[in-house]
Write a protein that binds this ligand. Structure first.
Ligand code: MG
Length: 539
């Protein structure tokens, strides 16, 4: 999933999804060569609602010209793709090139439909270079030794934890308070936010802490309050992967954090904050619209929320708005008994920048060489930058060999959230480490928010104290893991929800019963699967 658009403009996105075109038919009756003799390459691309039609992206026309082909773009919305994907896979009817639509796992389950791109790397020198520079990212797309789907990597400033702990700095300053560095200090700050009318409207309308609701099938995810596990020294990688099921690593040993006393601490802390009226009483189930509306305050100048996890200040309003400007990110505060040097920050950094499901190719592509040529161009500097930032010369200016500047016109479209002539984070390309881009205010704000964690990233070993994102279960075990999780979380989430709303986690009998039941629901089986996978990939 991509992230910041989840937090902002969700309503607009949903409304606009329906207007995007549907997956075009790609029957064999169509000719694969145009009347001018050039090969036709069909490309399916998953589009966000804020993006312009491919026909409005000049770089996409240049791409066809540079590759000496005609490109038929098929554009599909997230919602439509959700309904069409399985049918397309079942029918084996996929476009010659597919952007942002299939994962390595999709390909592994339907190997006949996909070109094994790992065998074509000699024809994909730009991808080869990507893999040479980022060998760990290559591992994220390699399943059973085969590569069917290529990853993406956007501008390097996007490498950082996706969920940052944001606090209202204007309120802190107004009340003469410092940034809290421990849970006790945080609790005191939240109490002051509740009782001292920091938004100055004479009403006790402040929401000191606005936690995002619990999910039903996982224990952590983007912006969830269980990211507070990092305060205890246990690293989450909440963006994706097994961490969302509680899997963690410490000194090379895999566990599930729901089985730790540290998790109990987090649960008890969340209960305490709710019991003291420092969180909304309904936060456990409040839907995303409600959660986002709370973060937005009155939408003009009066903030309502003191603390929340978010992408950056845009979690509270448009960049530069009176409300968004009040927030800064803060390092994870220490849980009781945890020295500052042991507090860590979420390890999702590479997963925010790199994604492993960006470019696949049909094994039945009628013009295989032409399709490979297009893919190689997509991963060039010229087309990676243009996929992310639009056409060079119009939307983004090239200021030097490796330096680019986003134009005011492009920034305006970013701010308006419509007609963006780029694929932005959905690119099938790689904006390499030597490329610098100025004027991307999303990247700038995100990188600034992430700075608060740079010290805490150094407090753990990113191989032995977290699950690296390239560690994967073998295909044969993925169903077992998923099935165990279904039963496990059907049981566990209602219990966790009860603990954080009604309490009881401090009661040994209740806690021990919870622990015994986790075992009954085979939590240890899943730990064992991930220990084996970890040992295979890392040790
Ligand atoms: Mg007030």
């Amino acid at each position: 999933m991509s992230e910041q658009h989840i937090a902002i403009k969700t309503v607009a996105a949903l409304a606009a999804l329906a207007t995007l075109g549907s997956l075009a038919a790609c029957g064999n009756s169509q000719s694969s060569v145009a009347s001018d003799g050039k090969p036709i390459v069909k490309i399916l691309v998953l589009k966000k609602s804020d993006q312009a039609k491919m026909s409005k992206m000049a770089w996409a026309q240049q791409l066809a010209k540079d590759a000496g082909v005609h490109i038929q773009w098929h554009e599909v919305s997230d919602q439509a793709w959700g309904q069409q994907k399985n049918a397309a896979l079942a029918a084996g009817e996929i476009d010659d090139v597919d952007i942002d639509t299939f994962s390595p796992s999709d390909a592994a389950h339907n190997p006949d439909a996909f070109e094994e791109l790992g065998k074509d790397l000699d024809k994909l020198p730009n991808v080869k270079k990507f893999f040479r520079d980022e060998p760990d990212i290559k591992k994220t797309v390699t399943l059973g030794g085969k590569i069917y789907v290529l990853p993406s990597g956007r501008f390097k400033k996007f490498e950082g934890a996706g969920s940052h702990l944001m606090i209202n700095k204007t309120w802190l300053d107004k009340l003469g308070l410092s940034v809290p560095t421990t849970w006790d200090q945080l609790e005191n700050v939240l109490k002051a936010f509740k009782t001292r009318d920091p938004n100055g409207n004479g009403k006790a309308d402040e929401i000191p802490f606005n936690p995002k609701k619990l999910e039903t099938d996982r224990i952590t995810d983007w912006y969830l309050p269980t990211i507070l596990m990092n305060s205890t020294g246990i690293v989450t990688t909440s963006n994706s992967g097994p961490s969302q099921s509680g899997i963690y690593v410490k000194n090379g040993k895999v566990g599930n954090f729901m089985q730790t006393p540290q998790f109990r601490q987090v649960i008890e802390f969340l209960y305490k904050l709710r019991a003291e009226g420092l969180t909304p009483q309904d936060w456990v189930t409040a839907d995303d619209d409600k959660y986002n509306a709370r973060n937005g305050g009155d939408g003009k100048s009066a903030a309502t929320v003191g603390v929340a996890f978010g992408w950056d200040d845009s979690a509270f309003g448009a960049y530069g708005s009176k409300i968004a400007n009040q927030y800064i990110s803060i390092p994870m505060p220490a849980a009781p008994g945890v020295p500052a040097s042991k507090v860590v920050a979420d390890g999702s950094g590479p997963m925010t920048r790199f994604e492993n499901y960006k470019c696949a190719m049909s094994s039945h592509a009628s013009n295989k060489e032409a399709a490979l040529k297009v893919i190689n161009l997509l991963y060039s500097k010229k087309y990676s930058v243009q996929q992310e930032y639009g056409t060079i010369g119009t939307d983004v200016l090239q200021k030097g060999t490796n330096s680019f500047e986003v134009t005011p016109g492009f920034r305006k479209k970013m701010a308006e959230g419509s007609g963006l002539p780029a694929l932005s984070d959905r690119l099938a390309g790689w904006v390499s480490n030597d490329i610098n881009v100025t004027g991307d205010y999303v990247a700038d704000h995100f990188a600034k928010a992430d700075e608060a964690y740079h010290e805490q990233y150094k407090h753990y070993n990113h191989k032995t104290d977290m699950m690296p994102n390239y560690v994967q279960l073998p295909e044969s075990e993925q169903n077992d893991f998923a099935n165990t999780n279904t039963a496990l979380f059907n049981y566990a989430i209602p219990v966790v929800a009860r603990f954080v709303t009604k309490g009881g986690a401090d009661d040994d009998a209740k806690w021990n019963q919870f622990q015994a039941n986790l075992k009954r629901y085979k939590i240890d089986d899943n730990v064992k699967l991930w220990q084996q996978a970890y040992d295979k990939y890392v040790k």
